[in-house]
Design a protein around this ligand. Structure first.
Ligand code: FES
Ligand SMILES: [Fe+2]
Length: 429
């Protein structure tokens, strides 16, 4: 693995030379935490306004809009929004509220109004009375326009949604006036991955699952590796790692509301049979992806800000609900979309370079299938955790140093909700 100019690791981010990560980021505290934020219906209502109508939200990749006229819709139920994202004839990517300006019909949908859709068109036509909008959102046609009372088409374009793109990731912001540009919001730790070639990894495998827990509980499962020995025992024997050690969190970093962890060490491939499925050996692929991936050239130093060697995985959690795991030559992406206090929709994508041979295609397929098995192991705990938390019997939970990102996540969510509450009370006073 080659990192670009390893001497230029983004300066200024501390790592502990002694003590624990959690104490190093001292405002986190070390006290047990509450998960009331994951069971309370009232808190969920606050998250709508405080987080999902204010933060930048990743809704897709530019590969989802491959040419002029491409579009997709995104249902963001917690923000009570449906959004259309389109690549205009001028190649610009824009987002709009998915609502017709005539009488409020949902504008873009296929067979089922609540289902997301994607496609290619020159104009959007409302299914109700046939008003038409161009890809830039302008109202361009009113059926029997002469019957109206001086409607000026210029005043009835689609309601725009703020939309910006970072390294091919398309984000929207539902705030009337976002407080920060996308780049400001992402901050230096995330934008240090500017040079990672996500755009070259266009062979995608996408999955969606409706899970029976609060959205934050599944995010928690992917921001610590402490659960790996118990929940994924195939991954843990030190014999499967090089150097011989369990999956080790070698570097944690926090930047504003965002989090990063890099693991050290890599999986060995010359394993005895009990540590690997036969298909993994046959296809030379598995949970951590193909055994070999093409050289993508020098990688940005921001991918490994702790300078960990041998480097394993960089796991980046972009607030509030996006996670990107970079494995060097391929990546995994998760999004957690809240659908009720106790449910969420989980989206996962694996991105590989386009297969050049049948063997490479099979390597990607196997990686995707094995990933699903492991994600199911994680998802299998969710309903039980949600139900147990909802009993309210226990409300203080100790977190260890390996769980620092869980602690940070719930703290940041609490802070965003707290700030919103304070502004709301000021406005009412
Ligand atoms: S509601 Fe869309 S054209 Fe009437
Ligand atoms: Fe897991």
């Amino acid at each position: 693995m080659k990192f670009r100019d390893p001497g230029a690791v983004v300066p200024g981010w501390p790592r502990p030379t002694e003590g624990t990560w959690t104490e190093h980021y001292c405002d986190l505290g070390t006290e047990p935490i509450s998960f009331e934020d994951s069971v309370s219906a009232e808190f969920y209502e606050l998250e709508r306004e405080a987080i999902f109508k204010r933060a930048w939200l990743n809704v897709g990749r530019i590969e989802d809009l491959p040419r002029r006229g491409s579009y997709f819709t995104k249902e963001i139920s917690i923000a009570r929004a449906s959004v259309v994202v389109a690549r205009g004839l001028d190649d610009e990517i824009r987002a709009f509220h998915n609502i017709c300006r005539h009488r409020g019909n949902k504008l873009v949908w296929d067979e089922e109004p609540r289902a997301e859709t994607a496609g290619f068109c020159r104009q959007f036509m409302c299914k109700y009375h046939g008003w038409r909008y161009d890809l830039e959102g302008a109202l361009v046609f009113i059926q029997q326009e002469e019957e109206f009372f001086g409607v000026n088409k210029d005043e009835y374009g689609l309601a725009p949604v703020h939309c910006e793109v970072w390294n091919g990731f398309v984000f929207v912001n539902l705030d009337a006036e976002p407080r920060q540009t996308l780049r400001e919001f992402l901050g230096p730790m995330v934008t240090a991955l500017d040079g990672y070639p996500f755009g070259a990894l266009t062979e995608r495998y996408d999955f969606v699952a409706d899970n029976n827990s609060n959205w934050k509980l599944f995010a928690d499962a992917f921001q610590e590796y402490y659960h790996v020995p118990a929940l994924h025992p195939q991954q843990i024997p030190s014999a499967v790692r090089s150097p011989e050690m369990a999956i080790e969190c070698a570097h944690f970093q926090l930047d504003g509301p965002h989090r990063l962890v890099t693991t050290g060490g890599q999986r060995r491939w010359d394993l005895p049979p009990e540590y690997m499925y036969p298909i993994e050996r046959t296809t030379r692929s598995g949970l951590v992806g193909p055994w070999e991936t093409p050289d993508l050239g020098p990688l940005p130093s921001g991918l490994n800000p702790g300078g960990v060697e041998p480097w394993g995985i960089t796991n980046l959690q972009i607030f509030p609900n996006l996670e990107i795991l970079v494995y060097g030559g391929w990546y995994l992406l998760y999004r957690y979309w809240p659908t009720s206090p106790a449910t969420h929709r989980f989206e996962a994508s694996l991105g590989f370079h386009p297969a050049r041979t049948a063997r490479e295609r099979i390597e990607h397929e196997v990686a995707a299938v094995v990933f699903k098995e492991f994600a199911l192991q994680d998802a299998g705990t969710l309903g039980g955790t949600q139900a147990a938390l909802q009993t309210g019997v226990v409300d203080r939970f100790p977190l260890n140093d390996q769980e620092i990102l869980v602690r940070h996540f719930h703290k940041v969510v609490g802070e965003w909700v707290g700030t919103y509450r304070a502004h709301r009370s000021e406005a009412r006073a």
